[in-house]
Design a protein around this ligand. Structure first.
Ligand code: SAM
Length: 479
């Protein structure tokens, strides 16, 4: 029986409820009156000084996703853009993945790191090699990374991950610093999540891959990841361990996308119902070519158009949740979805173990083909040319604005007084320390224009002062 308050995976991701939702969506996909009510419900509304969005439940979201009327799709896109601007403005947070180890004991059929793959060299970075990687990332200008590792209790035990996080935070090379380490490692115990919290991680990210239990079992035939319930209930254990920023995701292409979106939103509703706070982020990866992995062998691949619509519907359904897109997607897809709700992107990424310390892009241990192979400087410039602000900000997490505190901060409309100047100051740091001349010039113009948008004049003056100090060599100011 479906019950979002339940702690059991089979009840909060109830298969029958997903099937009923898909049927309801199919029956109502041309029901204009209902669709208009859903769109109206999702619109941002003023409540006193706050702009509030109600979001949508999984049934409502699935009606929008299933509707194929072009005029409705257009309305969905416009609404997604409106919500994106209301909460995230034109800022785009930048991060890079850091692959620590590709040792893995699982048998995931879509991932080249699976245990049976004898083709790829297995690598695990030493703390000294991590130092080199972090220096290379800092020299590009990164301040925020996502640590990635395969699941292997012998080669990658929690102690290794914790040591690595400590190493990453400890390195201060020139003006560089990694100020937020997000972690994407396999599902684990409450005790180990508590250790990660104590190591001061940012978001704990774990992709569900697929919410469809039978497909999940087939796609993960061996290894600890085979346990659907343990994997699906991981975020509850993470929250019990004190991590209040968790990131969900589905690997699109494994199952039917409508099924996946219903499951993903039910998962978000469950977290909100039980812990009072929904997911901090949602990622939307699609399967990519990799060693021994041919995306065409998975029959549920989705077109760019469907992908865009999924992004827009997620934006509308969970308006306060950050949305992440990686370099799995190419420049033009990234460009379109940035408008529709994406708030974080990776740039200059290497998806191989030790990839940043090497001159040429190594491919032998890549987890997946990188479609967007531009440098970070090119990504930063490209964003600014679209009048988006590349942000290297990590202030919320360092000021304790996580979990429900972040959500209420987001709703309170203080974003223009906090996030906006913080984004501009971290961009200024990037321009001073790492940018090419051309990027610097575009950036200086953008910062001057964007400063004018800060509503509180005291905050604006203070931001101007701090920007001046950054130009003189000081670093790390934040509201
Ligand atoms: N090992 C960890 C786990 O079990 O969750 C996570 C780390 S893994 C390096 C990160 C994610 O990459 C996986 O959760 C999966 O969704 C994604 N991935 C694996 N193979 C992929 C492929 N061929 N194309 C795109 N993404 C892939």
């Amino acid at each position: 029986m479906y019950n979002k308050y339940s702690m059991r995976a089979e009840e909060f991701i109830d298969h029958q409820e997903i099937l009923d939702t898909l049927q309801y969506a199919e029956e109502n996909k041309n029901n204009k009156a209902l669709i208009n009510r859903i769109l109206e419900k999702a619109k941002p509304k003023r409540r006193g000084r706050e702009t509030v969005c109600e979001g949508l439940d999984h049934r409502e979201a699935l009606v929008l996703l299933s509707c194929e009327l072009p005029e409705v799709t257009e309305k969905i896109y416009r609404l997604a853009e409106q919500i994106k601007l209301a909460y995230y403005g034109n800022r785009i947070v930048i991060f890079a993945p850091l692959y620590l180890s590709n040792y893995c004991v699982n048998g995931c059929r879509y991932c080249p790191y699976h245990l049976e793959n004898q083709n790829i060299p297995r690598k695990k970075l030493t703390q000294e090699q991590i130092r080199q990687e972090v220096i290379a990332l800092q020299d590009m200008g990164h301040k925020r990374i996502a640590v990635e590792a395969g699941e292997d209790p012998v080669n990658n035990p929690i102690e290794y991950i914790l040591d690595s996080i400590q190493t990453i935070y400890s390195i201060k090379h020139k003006n560089g610093a990694i100020r937020r380490v997000n972690v994407n490692i396999a599902a684990t115990s409450v005790e180990e999540y508590r250790m990660l919290k104590e190591a001061e991680i940012g978001t704990y990210i774990l992709f569900q891959e697929t919410y469809h239990r039978d497909s999940y079992l087939e796609l993960h035939p061996t290894g600890p990841k085979h346990d659907y319930n343990y994997h699906t209930e991981a975020m509850d254990r993470a929250m019990e361990g004190g991590i209040d920023d968790v990131g969900l995701g589905v690997l699109f292409g494994l199952e039917r996308y409508r099924y996946e979106l219903a499951g993903l939103l039910m998962h978000a509703e469950h977290l909100e119902a039980v812990h009072g706070v929904g997911p901090h982020t949602i990622s939307v990866p699609r399967i990519k070519r990799a060693d021994g992995i041919d995306p065409d062998q998975f029959s549920n691949g989705i077109s760019d158009e469907i992908f865009e619509k999924i992004c827009a519907v997620i934006r509308i359904a969970v308006p306060y949740t950050g949305m992440i897109i990686s370099t799995r997607e190419n420049k033009s897809v990234r460009e379109r979805v940035l408008r529709l709700g994406i708030s974080q992107i990776s740039g200059g990424s290497r998806t191989s173990v030790g990839g940043y310390s090497e001159q040429a892009r190594p491919t032998d241990t890549e987890q997946f083909d990188v479609s967007d192979q531009r440098t970070l400087d090119e990504v930063v410039r490209w964003l600014m040319e679209m009048e988006l602000i590349p942000s290297f900000c990590t202030a919320c997490y360092r000021a304790g604005r996580t979990g429900d505190r972040f959500m209420s901060f987001c709703k309170s409309g203080q974003i223009l007084n906090y996030c906006h100047p913080n984004a501009l100051m971290t961009l200024q740091e990037y321009l001073e320390d790492y940018a090419t001349e051309q990027t610097k010039q575009i950036g200086a113009r953008l910062i001057a224009e964007e400063l004018k948008k800060i509503p509180d004049c005291k905050v604006r003056k203070r931001a101007e002062q701090w920007l001046g100090k950054i130009a003189e060599g000081a670093r790390d100011f934040r509201f």
